[in-house]
Each structure stands twice: as C-alpha cells, then as structure tokens.
Design a protein around this ligand. Structure first.
Ligand code: FES
Length: 199
C-alpha cells in the first residue's frame, strides 16, 4: 500500500537562488533611489519655500503688527511735564522675517502739559517725514525769536500747539491719543502717511 503524502511543499518561485538575490538587490537599489529623490525634493522645497514664506511674512507683517494700528505706551510721569515740549522715545521689540530685536527705538514724540491737559505730537514732519525739532527760532514772517516746533528740511514752522505757522507741510503736526492713569501718561503711538492734507 502506498503511503499518501500530505506534506505541502514550498511553492517554487520560478527562479534560481542567484536570480532571487539579483532581484532583491535591484529592489533595494530602487528603494534607495526613491529615498534620495524624496529627500532631495524635500530639501529643494524647503530651500525655495522658506524665502517665499519669509517674503510673504515680511510683506504682510506690518499689516498685522499691533503698532501699525497704534498701541499704548507709558511714556512719562505727569508731574515731570510742563508747557515746554519734551521729547521722548518709544521702545519696543522689533521682529522681521529673520530675527527678533528686543527693546529697539521705534519712534519718538513730544509731550506738552497745559494745565491738566497733556498733548502728544509725533516727531516726524507730515510733509516728508523729517525729524521735527523744538527750540527758539526766528521766523522770517515775524522777525522775532520764539520757542516753536520747526522742521529743518524745508523750513516748516509749527506753534507749540502743533498748528502750522508757515512752510510746506500739508497739515498740522500729527497728534497722538493720550491717557493719564495713576499719575502716568500713556500715548497711543502710531505712524501716519506723509504729504497728505489728512493724516
Ligand atoms: S519734511 Fe518737514 S518741511 Fe519738508
């Protein structure tokens, strides 16, 4: 009686051991090639994408920056102010697409106290953005020396209340919103467009 063979033999793959090894090598090489391409593409995309993102951020950052719309800064103690204008610098952290710079000067202003009222004026000239000064000057129109605001770039003059006296500035000095809390004066600092009648 013949013995029935129930054992399952391994299915033949149809190739020799050498062929199998060759195929495995090819497969490994293909995978290595794919990985190299994928990594290369990734690095390429980062190299191109990073500057593009940075540029977009650089362009859009001012739109979203808090200071673009104005932000309150505590500037001085009320009892240190008088009717003679004093200049103050505003400092804040600056950030662009590449770096953060803490505690930088971002602008300046003049504060003047008249009784209980505090006036704040931006120090940039509304004509073309030169730095306005405060000092004793002789105006050709009056031929007398007086304390006033003046712009050295194109000889514009402003009164201590920021009103235009003469010169090419299209508007008065730019006023800034103020508030006084616990004896401290805060100013909403913001920048305005130059060369227009309306700020
Ligand atoms: S920039 Fe001030 S007068 Fe022109």
């Amino acid at each position: 009686m013949s013995k029935k063979n129930n054992e399952t033999k391994p299915e033949k793959s149809g190739g020799s051991a050498d062929e199998t090894s060759k195929l495995q090598k090819q497969d490994a090489e293909q995978r290595r090639g794919f990985l190299k391409t994928a990594v290369g593409c990734g690095i390429g995309m980062c190299a191109v994408g990073a500057p593009v993102c940075a540029a977009v951020r650089l362009v859009t950052a001012p739109v979203f920056a808090e200071s673009a719309a104005g932000k309150f800064y505590t500037v001085a103690a009320l009892d240190t102010l008088s009717d003679k204008p004093q200049k103050f610098f505003i400092t804040d952290d600056k950030e662009d697409a590449w770096m953060k710079m803490p505690n930088q000067k971002i602008g300046s202003l003049f504060l003047r106290r008249s009784g209980d009222e505090v006036q704040a004026f931006h120090s940039l000239c509304p004509h073309a953005g030169c730095m306005i000064q405060c000092g004793v000057k002789k105006r050709p129109q009056t031929d007398s020396e007086e304390l006033l605001f003046y712009c050295p770039c194109h000889a514009a003059h402003f009164g201590l209340d920021g009103k235009r006296l003469d010169g090419v500035s299209p508007r008065d000095m730019d006023t800034l919103e103020t508030k006084v809390e616990n004896g401290k004066v805060s100013v909403k600092f913001q920048n305005f467009t130059f060369g227009t009648a309306k700020k």
